[in-house]
Design a protein around this ligand. Structure first.
Ligand code: NAD
Ligand code: GLY
Length: 387
């Protein structure tokens, strides 16, 4: 088994390229070990980079102190220290994914002299990517952006597809924009420094891809979930590009979530409510999605749309990833009502009606509207009684 640490692998021979179509221009996602050591050449080759001249302001790296501690030196070497005009670091805890952080970053960019030809390079997980993406979309009405995702969640999901945005106390990702990057560079080497809990959080999003459209991936995970948790490189090389391709296929066909893209929200109606109800402090995003997928699978079985045995397969795969933080207080009826109220303000809600992405089979999901509060309450109460 080829295990981490994998820093020694610096060849780019195994590079995977996946194209994403977008109304604002297509872009590529590159995946491969060692890619970040070669960023300058890559960005030139992909025409994403602007050389610093008197007519532009060069590259601004946006990242967090934690990511920067591990990867700043390597990223700087990869891009070329003289090409980077400045680095802006911000707190990437989920509760700091808010408008105040966007304002702080934009004001720093002004003070640093970033103009319309600036290129922002976002280095980090989903929080860095979502905040930086929204900054890129709104700063001077739009500057160019490259994502360098450094978590499993970001490599398989958040860096692809152009959703950017921040949270409000009332709900997740309620303020944002669709904004495509010029390029995404995903290097599995960066995952070597991720704390175990953060890495496991990404595995839930990987399981999601299996349930929503890839039975082979789901079965593979049933066989190999421990190897994935150990970050075995061959397993990462199988799983991550497969998820990138799946995400690229979906968002290329439905960038603005008119229909198909909703499948990516499997587990997320519950997850966003769990995260909001706990003030974004209790769960890593993927962990909330883990609970959300269990709840959605149980709900689908309860309303007779999904085989109960198959629901158990999803639940047991999710539970094999590791322990999940406890659910918000769903036992008391006030707790359940609050969760349902939060779900009603979810972006997927239409005309006040709850909408859930529910499995029909493993590998096939559908959006279902009009499920009664009572059924949702049944699922949440049962989960909190026998979590
Ligand atoms: P995260 O961005 O919160 O990062 C997790 C933690 O790991 C942070 O403390 C970060 O500093 C640290 N970290 C990141 N990379 C590291 C590395 N290589 N080594 C060591 N530490 C590292 O978590 P996440 O799971 O990547 O992202 C979650 C966020 O992404 C949520 O806000 C979620 O809503 C969002 N998201 C967005 C989309 C989208 O389509 N835009 C999709 C999925 C998730
Ligand atoms: N993660 C959900 C989406 O990108 O649509």
């Amino acid at each position: 088994m080829n295990k981490l640490p994998i820093h020694s692998r610096s060849d780019t021979a195994g590079e995977v390229r996946v194209g994403v179509d977008s109304a604002t221009g297509s872009y590529d996602v590159l995946y491969g070990s060692g890619l970040i050591g070669n960023l300058s050449a890559l960005m030139l080759r992909e025409k994403a980079v602007i050389r610093p001249t008197s007519e532009n302001t060069g590259i601004f790296v946006l990242s967090s102190p934690r990511v920067s501690r591990h990867w700043q030196a390597k990223i700087m070497r990869g891009i070329g220290p003289r090409t980077v005009r400045s680095t802006v670091l911000f707190d990437d805890r989920e509760r700091m994914k808010n408008i105040a952080t966007v304002e702080r970053v934009c004001r720093q960019l002004v003070r640093l002299g970033a103009d319309r030809r600036a290129l922002l390079v976002a280095v980090g997980g989903g929080v860095v990517g979502d905040v930086s993406g929204y900054v890129a979309a709104s700063y001077l009405r739009g500057v160019r952006l490259v994502h360098i995702p450094t978590t499993l969640v970001a490599q398989v999901d958040s860096a692809i597809g152009g959703k950017t945005g921040v949270n409000l106390p009332e709900g997740k990702n309620l303020v944002g924009a669709f904004y495509s990057p010029q390029l995404v560079v995903a290097d599995p080497e960066t995952l070597s420094t991720l704390p175990d809990r953060e890495f496991r959080s990404g595995i839930y999003e990987v399981i999601k891809y299996g349930v929503i459209g890839d039975t082979r991936l789901f079965s593979y995970l049933e066989q190999n979930i421990e190897r994935l948790a150990e970050r075995d490189l061959a397993t990462l090389d199988f799983v991550i590009p497969r998820c990138i391709r799946a995400k690229a296929r979906v968002v290329s066909r439905d960038e603005r979530e008119a229909g198909l893209r909703e499948i990516l929200n499997f587990g997320h109606t519950f997850a966003h409510a769990f995260e909001t109800a706990t003030a974004y402090r209790r769960y890593l995003h993927g962990e909330a999605v883990g609970w959300g997928m269990i709840a959605a699978a149980r709900l689908a079985a309860l309303v007779g749309r999904f085989d109960a045995e198959e629901a158990l397969r999803i639940e047991s795969l999710v539970r094999r990833v590791g322990p999940l933080p406890p659910l918000p207080p769903t036992g008391r009826s006030a707790g359940v009502d609050r969760l349902i109220e939060i779900m009603r303000s979810d972006k997927k809600t239409r005309g006040g009606k709850l909408r859930f992405v529910l499995p029909r089979a493993i590998g096939k999901v559908e959006t279902v509207a009009g499920i009664s509060r009572e059924r949702v309450r049944d699922v949440l109460s049962a989960l909190s009684k026998r979590p």
